[in-house]
Ligand binder design. Structure first.
Ligand SMILES: O=C(O)CCC(=O)C(=O)O
Ligand SMILES: [Fe+2]
Length: 287
């Protein structure tokens, strides 16, 4: 018998999961957890004491843990789980960051939008948190889509977004034409059909979306269109910020939500263990 219950975080999305037994993950009700992830977009499991192996086991409830996209030569983690599990941390050894995304504010984005099969979900587990700041902010992109005017929808419904990511620059869009192999790029429909729920969701974000293309689109209009859409995402009321407490595990759906990070004090340690769930090609909602 599953004792799971889901307590809504905001009127639109997000839920705290209660009754999850971390010491008996195989017995957990995977169907209801997956259904909850589809419905709520973000699930928070507070107060867990998790070994790396248990975090990986939890990830498997939601799909196939994916290898990280960052090349192994370009990362510092050395744990036996390092192919699948990374650190988001500002800790440095001899001046070199021991993990990824070390410092400060990060703009709204979808994890994996810059690869052909964007991750289904991302998991972060809080090992060490700052006394202030460093909240992860989520936006429900299904709600953002619903908030767009008919006119705006008609202008973007058949377009595709191009997304790039430069790991070294997390509070600005990547500059085009850089030859760095750290920049990856992919295109996806501007409005996707969620693979599980069939719901439409806007799939464009202020950090990674560098272009819009499609038949009948006018390149000189597209920057204006993008800036209108980024405003809709940035200013959406379908949002909440997760204030981290050590032991929190948060999993989010990268197809229906995007996320950002608030700035935090550079002099305090912040460390989260991160893994990702393999994704798939995203279909257009409008054909
Ligand atoms: O550090 C955070 O709160 C979020 C970082 C992030 O965007 C990620 O791990 O995908
Ligand atoms: Fe992210």
């Amino acid at each position: 018998m599953s004792n799971l219950s889901f307590k809504a975080i905001s009127p639109v999305f997000g839920a705290v999961v209660e009754g999850f037994d971390v010491d008996d993950v195989p017995a957990s009700d995977g169907a209801s957890l997956n259904h909850a992830l589809d419905r709520f977009g973000v699930l928070v499991f507070p107060g867990l004491e998790l070994a790396e192996s248990q975090q990986l086991e939890m990830a498997k409830v939601f799909g196939e843990p994916s290898k990280r996209s960052r090349p192994s030569a370009d990362r510092a983690e050395r744990s036996p789980y390092a192919d699948f599990m990374g650190l988001v941390t500002n800790v440095r050894k001899n001046g070199v960051a021991i993990g990824s995304l070390p410092d400060g504010e990060m703009w709204l984005h979808h994890d994996g939008c810059f690869i052909d099969e964007p991750y289904r979900a991302t998991i972060l587990y809080a090992v060490e948190v700052t006394s202030v700041g460093g909240e992860t902010r989520f936006v429900d992109m299904r709600a953002v889509f619903r908030s767009l005017s008919e006119d705006l929808v008609s202008r973007i419904k058949y377009l595709r977004g191009t997304h790039s990511f430069d790991y070294r620059n997390i509070a600005a869009r990547p500059s085009q034409g850089s030859s760095s192999n750290i920049i990856k790029s992919a295109t996806h429909p501007s409005v996707i059909r969620h693979p599980n729920s069939n719901e439409p969701a806007l799939y464009l974000n202020p950090l990674c979306t560098v272009g819009l293309d499609g038949e009948g689109s006018n390149p000189s209009d597209n920057e204006n269109l993008l800036s209108l859409l980024f405003d809709a995402v940035d200013q959406s009321t379908a949002t909440f910020s997760h204030r981290w407490t050590k032991g929190d595990l948060v999993i989010w759906d990268n197809w229906s939500t995007c996320h950002a990070r608030n700035d935090f004090p550079a002099g305090e340690t912040r460390m989260l263990r991160r893994n990702i769930i393999k994704g798939q090609t995203l279909d257009a909602y409008f054909k």
